[in-house]
Design a protein around this ligand. Structure first.
Ligand code: SAM
Ligand code: SF4
Length: 347
């Protein structure tokens, strides 16, 4: 395949462009790209067991994904996260990582990272480290193999744990993401203790009403305000200003010596400082995770080999970035706030 591998192209070097700043004065410096809608798990809060995935021609090719990400880098994106679906099940995805790493070499990009379920990490950790990936997020909700299988429907905990070992051995910093679920609250302290014992931060995420999964959201929803209050009965939590560029607010836990993040789209709206946008694997740009407005970037990308139309489309889209979202989970049977699944826009 024909992806540029190491050096920044002359077009990228020569063109200086305006940064992407929305009408609320927020600079877009963080791009999350879903490189596939497919996954080897079927987590109960994320997907239905039987999913219909997109036909291949609808997906951006790896070359197109590279072009798109590079256009954002030219416009001031400093942090790029590949996600999915499961990014490591996309065929040849390492070619994309290798090609994007040229922006790390040039200094245009500060961080190239991914969010993964960890199932394929044992295979790819060394390659990721070689591409300059220094920190990754691994999603893990429980250390109990049977519960893990039930939550992911198809997952094998031992593979994920081997993947985390491989990443840490390759020198990659691992942060755990765990979705706080009503049926899973008892697991949370053990997961935190285990992670902190291995030098990993943990972020807890409130379940968001995205897509039909065949499960009732109100049964799954566990407010992080409740989790925090219960953890505070067990441990000493101290608010700290630590930030990773994402929406998590952190505390340090005195007894474990580690950091714990809270991502609270429902109990605390975090939109005012939002620096992020998301692109799907079909090249649809969502200016907000929680709103339906979107911009098609695939058409301008495919319309011309030059990036001019693409940059115009980016300007138009960022101009429309909304102030925030308004998720609510308050009554049984409420339909999802948005019909698309989290695996479409990526976490
Ligand atoms: N497959 C990868 C993984 O699981 O890490 C990357 C994609 S996944 C959609 C990204 C993150 O979104 C995961 O941490 C997952 O737990 C979280 N997630 C999925 N559905 C969610 C939902 N409805 N509410 C909150 N978080 C969700
Ligand atoms: Fe797959 Fe990640 Fe969604 Fe789980 S959360 S089904 S691993 S995309």
């Amino acid at each position: 395949m024909n992806v540029r591998v190491s050096s920044v192209t002359s077009a990228e070097r020569l063109v200086t462009r305006m940064p992407l700043i929305d009408t609320f004065g927020r600079a877009v410096t963080y791009l999350r790209v879903s490189v596939t809608d497919r996954c080897d798990f079927r987590c109960v809060y994320c997907m239905a067991e039987h999913m219909t995935f997109l036909p291949k021609p609808e997906l951006l090719t790896l070359e197109e994904l590279d072009r798109l990400c590079s256009a954002f880098v030219v416009r001031g994106v400093k942090k790029l996260r590949l996600t999915g679906g499961e990014p490591l099940v996309r065929r040849d995805v390492m070619t994309l990582f290798r090609s994007l790493s040229r922006h790390l070499d040039s200094g245009a990009l500060e961080e190239l990272t991914l969010t993964t379920n960890g199932s394929q990490l044992a295979r790819f950790a060394g390659d990721l480290a070689a591409c300059g990936v220094k920190r990754i997020n691994v999603s893990l909700d429980t250390l109990d193999p049977a519960k893990f299988r039930a939550l992911t429907r198809w997952g094998d905990l031992s593979k994920v744990l081997a993947g985390i070992d491989a990443a840490q051995n390759a020198g990659i910093h691992v942060k755990l993401n765990a979705v706080a679920l009503a049926g899973n609250e008892a697991e949370i302290p053990a997961l935190i203790e285990w992670a902190h014992g291995r030098g990993m931060d943990v972020s807890l995420i409130e379940v968001m009403p995205l897509g039909e999964t065949g499960a009732e959201r109100l049964d799954q929803y566990l407010p992080l305000s409740t989790v925090r209050a219960r953890l505070a009965e067990r441990w000493t939590l101290e608010d700290i200003p630590f930030r990773t560029g994402g929406p998590a607010r952190y505390v340090s836990i005195k007894e474990t010596g580690g950091r714990l993040g809270f991502i609270t789209p429902l109990t605390h709206n975090f939109c005012e400082g939002c620096n992020r946008v998301r692109v799907t694997c079909t090249g649809t740009l969502y200016m907000c995770l929680g709103q339906d407005d979107a911009a098609d970037l695939r058409t301008p990308l495919r319309a011309s080999e030059s990036d001019e139309t693409l940059h115009t489309a980016l300007d138009d889209a960022i101009f429309r970035k909304p102030k925030g979202h308004d998720f609510v989970i308050d009554r049984p049977g409420r339909p999802p706030a948005l019909r698309r699944h989290m695996s479409v826009t990526g976490g």
